[in-house]
Ligand binder design. Structure first.
Ligand code: ADP
Ligand code: 5RP
Length: 551
């Protein structure tokens, strides 16, 4: 029933595979989440910077959470299923069985995760080619993309993996294949992580130049030669086997999928903002920046014409919102960095005990502790002499420098709970300064941004949200549904079902404003000064590196 006038009681299932867990939601045609379930997934770090997962483990978790969210409802009311996932690399043999991506030969560990940095030498060589496809990834390919990882497999696991491989999937495409048996790839994953062009397709000269000519020779059958827009209906829908696994009816529509950050973008960016006093109310949707904040943060800005932002991925045509170009800025570790700083501190056991005693998360406890110790000044002022540079896992945007490291300046000879809380605050602020740097780079290149739309696990943290508002000077919109990434996945299922005529129409109907957090403009001067220090930190880090190199 095109036009979104479908009968009440039409439901969609969204499945979101994040770094740490798999989530599913049952969503109605207004974008309201009626049921939610999550399940942690396994991760292996066999050596520093090698991060692996298992596609079978992930599929099993998808089945558990999907069965949970449809319990007790008439499954015949479910009209569509959509998947999103991290952009990790799944390797299968010619019979679609998992292949090991590790020296140990452990075939269940058949995924090189997005945050894996094993392919440093390969990405340097790829960047040295200066091939023109690199212009569409901000000028520098990231070690987190697929080409360097594929080259690593070819150079390091030739016999045990490369020669036997029949299929290399981005994780979102693996999931849609598993559900439908259709090996078509989503335009989103191929354009954003594999150098495919929406207009020109694969570029043979790139693959030949970087030493992966094998793909050209077999007409890209291993990495995808059938490409569909996100939300397109796949084949005959859910196969009987997958239907049994997931507890859903066979034949329901399954959508071509999205990378998780892009699903978050769909889940938030199209909301009707009338009545909230936001500048973006009278402005085009291109004035909105979706920021998806989980283990990492991804900054998704769209434009009518292509915009080339140095150090920011894209422009990618139709990779998120059809008909629009996408630029994607990012910070490789944000939630993971906050967890790392907090959990590694000497006062963490004390924090954990106190938070547990109050039945609070450690973050809720830290936020109230900061309120207690702040005295008369705003909380943010507690870090006047403590500054953090947050690139503990390199800089994704806009510096595109994987060699950068984290920095902390202003440490004292005490490690009590107050110190932990203030270090946590400085880390949250550093991540927000990183967002400001990305926003400035995007604006300098031609974007005109006025409002942030935040979602993901970190958007549950009110300190993180307020710091993003205060430090960027922009209001932050939070969605009615905290799990907006799942609304984005459900939007895909809704489009595949034919209930909406377009992704834009489904976005407008299914994403909704929950709350707006405005910046405290009176604190601007303080944050401008801290931002100056922030910029100095990286400048100094580069100077230290130059000294040590003897330049
Ligand atoms: N209730 C919460 N309060 C504050 N921070 C949270 C909360 N829940 C999750 N987080 C933060 O969000 C991060 C995970 O976000 P999530 O979106 O679940 O990640 P992913 O999609 O990468 O699996 C964690 O690293 C943690 O720092
Ligand atoms: O590269 C990305 C999107 O293009 C994401 O950072 C990656 O997929 C991980 O996402 P998350 O932090 O939600 O686990």
């Amino acid at each position: 029933m095109p036009g979104g006038d479908q009968e009440p009681g039409s439901y969609y299932v969204g499945v979101d595979v994040g770094t740490g867990s798999v989530r599913a939601a049952l969503v109605d045609q207004r974008g309201i989440i009626l049921a939610f379930a999550d399940q942690p997934i396994n991760r292996w770090e066999p050596q520093f910077n090698h991060h692996e997962q298992s596609s079978e483990d992930i599929w099993a978790a998808c089945c558990v959470v999907t069965k949970q969210v449809v319990q007790g409802i008439d499954v015949n009311q479910i009209r569509g299923l959509g998947f999103d996932a991290t952009c990790s690399l799944v390797v299968l043999d010619k019979q679609f069985r998992p292949l090991p991506v590790n020296h140990e030969g452990q075939s269940h560990r058949n995924i090189i995760m997005w945050l894996d940095h094993r392919a440093v030498s390969q990405v340097h060589r790829i960047n040295e080619t200066k091939h023109h496809v690199l212009q569409c990834v901000g000028g520098v390919m990231s070690v987190e993309m697929q080409a360097p990882k594929l080259l690593w497999l070819k150079e390091n696991l030739r016999e045990t993996c490369w020669d036997k491989a029949g299929h290399f999937f981005d994780l979102p495409d693996f999931l849609s294949w598993k559900a439908t048996g259709v090996t078509a790839r989503s335009l989103c994953s191929l354009v954003c992580k594999w150098t495919y062009s929406a207009e020109k397709g694969w570029d043979d000269s790139f693959w030949k130049m970087v030493g992966l000519e094998d793909f050209v020779a077999d007409n890209y059958s291993k990495i995808g030669n059938q490409v569909l827009p996100p939300g397109a209906s796949l084949g005959n829908g859910l196969t009987p086997e997958a239907a049994k696994d997931l507890g859903l009816p066979a034949g329901i529509a399954v959508a071509a999928s999205l990378i998780d950050a892009h699903a978050g973008g769909l889940g938030v960016i199209g909301a009707d903002v009338r009545g909230y006093g936001l500048a973006c109310e009278g402005q085009p949707v291109t004035s909105r920046l979706a920021v998806i904040c989980g283990t990492s943060s991804c900054h998704m800005g769209i434009s009518k014409d292509p915009i080339f932002v140095p150090g920011v991925w894209g422009p990618y045509f139709s990779a998120m919102v059809p008909g629009f170009w996408l630029n994607e800025g990012g910070q490789s570790v944000t939630g993971k960095l906050i967890d790392h700083m907090v959990q590694g501190h000497a006062a963490f056991p004390e924090l954990q005990a106190k938070a547990t005693a109050r039945c609070q998360s450690v973050y809720a406890y830290l936020n109230s502790h900061l309120d207690l110790i702040k005295k008369a000044r705003p909380v943010g002022f507690l870090t006047v002499d403590l500054h953090v540079w947050p690139d503990f896992h390199g800089n994704r945007s806009p510096l595109a420098d994987l060699t950068l490291k984290g920095m902390v300046t202003g440490l004292k000879l005490s490690q009590d709970l107050d110190d932990l809380a203030i270090l946590y605050l400085a880390t949250v602020q550093a991540i927000a300064f990183g967002t400001r740097l990305i926003v400035e780079a995007m604006e300098a290149a031609g974007h005109s941004l006025s409002t942030l739309f935040l979602c993901g696990g970190l958007s549950k943290n009110h300190l993180f949200v307020q710091m993003h508002a205060d430090i960027t000077g922009m209001p932050v919109v939070l969605s009615q549904e905290v799990e907006s990434v799942l609304v984005g996945a459900a939007i895909l299922g809704a489009c595949a079902s034919g209930d909406f005529a377009s992704v834009q129409e489904a976005m407008a109907r299914m994403s909704k404003v929950g709350k707006v957090v405005f910046p405290r403009l009176e604190d601007k001067r303080y944050y401008d000064k801290k931002y100056q220090v922030f910029l100095k930190l990286v400048e100094h880090q580069k100077e230290y590196a130059a000294i040590m190199k003897g330049e």
